[in-house]
Design a binder for this molecule. Sequence first.
Ligand code: CA
Ligand code: CA
Length: 453
Amino acid sequence: MRIFRTIMIMICSVALAVAAISAMASEERDLGREILATNDGWASFATGTTGGSLADPSQVYTVTNRQELIAALNNGVYPPPSSSPSNTPKIIYVGGTIDANVDDNNEPLACEDYYRDDYTLEAFLAAYDPAVWGRDEAPSGPLEDARIASRNAQQDRVRIRVGSNTTIVGLDKQVTIRGAWLDIRGSSTANRTNIIIRNITFEDTYDCFPAWDPTDGDLGAWNALYDSISLRNSDHVWIDHNTFLDRETADSTLPDYFGVLYQVHDGLLDITNASDFVTVSWNRFVNHDKVMLIGSSDGASADRGKLRVTLHHNLFENLGQRAARVRFGQVHIYNNYYQIGNASNYVYSWGVGIESAIYAENNFFWVNPSTGITPDQFIERLNGTAIHESGTLLNAPSQSGHQAIDVLAAYNAVNDPDLSGAVGWAPTLFLEIEDTQDVLPAVQSGAGPFNWD
Ligand code: CA
Ligand code: CA
């Protein structure tokens, strides 16, 4: 009896010690000081990506509203100076919900609050209705000018510029940035570099003033600005454990005008203009049309040899297209989970653009059988010639276990010209590549803010 009690006491004290050590470890984990692991995708190339981890204590901020966030990005100064933003190493911890569509008193601004020069949506729709304006040319005149002035008023609020050597990290699982466009933009002579963004939900980035182009497609189109995050002339960027989604402004809530969807969204995470060395890991991309543009134009010759991006362990759920759409870049897409539940908005997942070299391995696709979507539709050829694809699994609800599929062969069987499987490179910068059958549970439990595995 006494021996039993002694053993129990020993077990209990070991358990307590283990609990104490793990509590200490989680208390000591400072996300602001964390850096990208060695070999974790293209952002680990050469110098690696350390963000603002070396920030001086005077450059460590906690922010809970738009003004504080912008000040933190500009050496504590608001409104930001014209030299905006700061490249000094900085750590920005984000708490609560930050809404970008607010005034300097943090009072919410509705679309109507941005109206300038007699713009109203009703007046705009009346002026450029194809029955009145026709379909041959883009809108022009006072109401189009008023739309642009109004758009600029909103852009002034929602555009948040991020400099080099910056870490932005959410403090808890609920942290949300609404309506913002994180504009990470260098120039052709001076990149932005070394940026980490983690553990934040980016929600409802929307343009109150989409442009009408009656010549875009057969029916015309509404084209919006603002990605939740855009990278231009930027390198060594790590985007990790975030969620990107539309909720209040989801496409399903938007009206049709002139017979087409009044689209108020652009991309979720666009990587363009000779950006390079980017790792996008463990994020959730949900409920959106155009997800991720890697390279914005076939004529952007400065992109050649750049746009190297790694996508791993991301959830791509109920999306339309561009997960990702690639031009020029060597893009490693491994261990991602594609969930396709809805046929009405699905276009494709992997866009094979000009001179692109996607290397896709061990990705899992779950397709709702009622959609009738088949694996050949996962790929769209957009002036590209090749994609490497291996280890893909598809759900097979009517059978036991998942089904190994050859997406490239499926594409080539129903399309001409065929795509080649030879992309001219093989990835060397990656962590463990998991068996595809493990991807669904790993991403379901591990992707998104604070879902550490
Ligand atoms: Ca964009
Ligand atoms: Ca063929």
